[in-house]
Write a protein that binds this ligand. Structure first.
Ligand SMILES: Cc1ncc(COP(=O)(O)O)c(C=O)c1O
Length: 373
């Protein structure tokens, strides 16, 4: 059982604010702050050790792989979730008449990469959400009817609905569809196991549950799929070693085929520290704590007659809780004035507790909430 008091102490921002906005961006733990400081100090005083930075890139690759049940050869570093999803969408080689299934709870960054394939004749079909949930049976119907790809958030950004990836992965495998996952609202918050869930591709930025910074993200690509994936970009680092030496175009046999040029070394250093911190606490322990806190928020909303699009069943949610309060924009401003950070999403107040929050903070938030919408 993790000591969540000590975990909280590792986040300096908790001394100044009640931070309930992980779904927007994180607050950094001290090991990540220290890592960034060391990198900058080093680069400033000596120019830094680029070979050492490259070793850190490989260590980070292994850490991220370990967190999501992948192999290091299946991980590429990208700029953010959007770049990873675009690499997935473009790389799959979809053609005229191929169907991609989306749903109306997706973040736009998991919609545009697929809509933009229209000029190649790719058709997007929409599954409609019901009560903040994406009905599995509706996705399964599309898959059975021959969809080539399902692109979906593990946890949706507004209602916080958590999809049963294992069940969806089974349906995709049965019918030969590809499962592409936007994991930015789940990685580091609830366990993600790409192998167990049968995920083909997964993209995730570093600036939320992975406790890193903006401008770096990861793309997971299932090993067996890599040879058939065509990268959009090409540079020396995306080639196999022999090809790079001969100036020939032969993409690397592993996920590094998606990488080009110098990466965000600073961001990757931060990510290594962030993912190590997450793994030290343990994804399962984080999930239990987050579910307990988001459950408290939901109970409090119910007691105050405030509706929520977030499922009450624990297996169908993570940290995000949506609250239908009157004038949510004004509520965010009023709460900010009291040192409580939340945001607005989908026309509702969005509250996202994480491991560093306490029951007292949730009580304080609930006491200051405006009336139901
Ligand atoms: C589900 C989801 N996808 C993607 C993003 C962001 O995409 P990117 O990492 O490309 O900025 C967010 C929020 O920032 C999100 O909630």
């Amino acid at each position: 059982m993790a000591d969540f008091g000590r975990v909280r102490e590792a986040f300096p921002a908790t001394k100044h604010v009640t931070y309930l906005d992980l779904a927007n961006k994180n607050i950094l733990p001290q090991p990540v702050i220290d890592e960034i400081g060391r990198f900058v100090q080093d680069a400033g005083s000596t120019g830094g050790d680029k070979d050492g930075w490259k070793r850190v890139v490989e260590e980070t690759r292994a850490e991220v792989a370990g967190l999501i049940g992948a192999g290091p050869d299946e991980i590429a570093f990208v700029k953010n979730t959007s770049e990873g999803l675009n690499a997935a969408a473009r790389g799959l080689g979809l053609e005229q008449g191929d169907v991609v299934v989306l749903n109306d709870l997706e973040h736009p960054n998991n919609v545009y990469p697929w809509l933009a394939l229209a000029r190649h004749g790719v058709e997007v079909r929409w599954v409609r959400s019901r009560d903040g949930r994406i009905p599995l049976e509706d996705l399964e119907r599309q898959i059975a009817e021959g969809a080539r790809v399902v692109a979906i958030s593990h946890v949706t950004s507004a209602s916080g609905f958590r999809t049963d990836l294992a069940a969806l992965g089974r349906a995709c495998r049965q019918h030969g569809a590809r499962l592409v996952v936007d994991a930015i609202q789940s990685a580091g918050v609830v366990p993600v196991d790409v192998g167990a869930a049968g995920v083909d591709l997964l993209a995730c930025g570093a600036h939320k549950g992975l406790l890193g910074v903006h401008g770096v993200g990861v793309l997971y690509c299932r090993r067996e799929l890599i040879p058939s994936m065509t990268p959009v970009y090409a540079a020396r680092d995306s080639m196999s070693a022999a090809a790079a030496a001969a100036l020939e175009v032969r993409f690397a046999p592993d996920a590094r085929r998606f990488e080009i040029g110098n990466p965000n070394y600073l961001g990757i250093h931060a990510l290594r520290a962030g993912v190590r911190f997450v793994r030290e606490i343990g994804a399962g322990a984080i999930e239990s704590r987050v579910l307990a806190l988001s459950g408290l928020v939901l109970d409090g909303l119910r007691a105050r007659g405030i509706a929520s699009a977030t499922p009450s069943v624990a297996s169908e949610r993570a940290g995000i809780v949506s609250a239908r309060v009157a004038d949510p924009e004004a509520a965010v401003r009023r709460l900010a004035a009291r040192g409580i950070v939340v945001s607005v999403k989908g026309g509702a107040l969005r509250v996202t507790p994480h491991v560093y929050n306490t029951e007292d903070e949730i009580e304080r938030l609930l006491a200051l909430l405006p009336a139901a919408a």
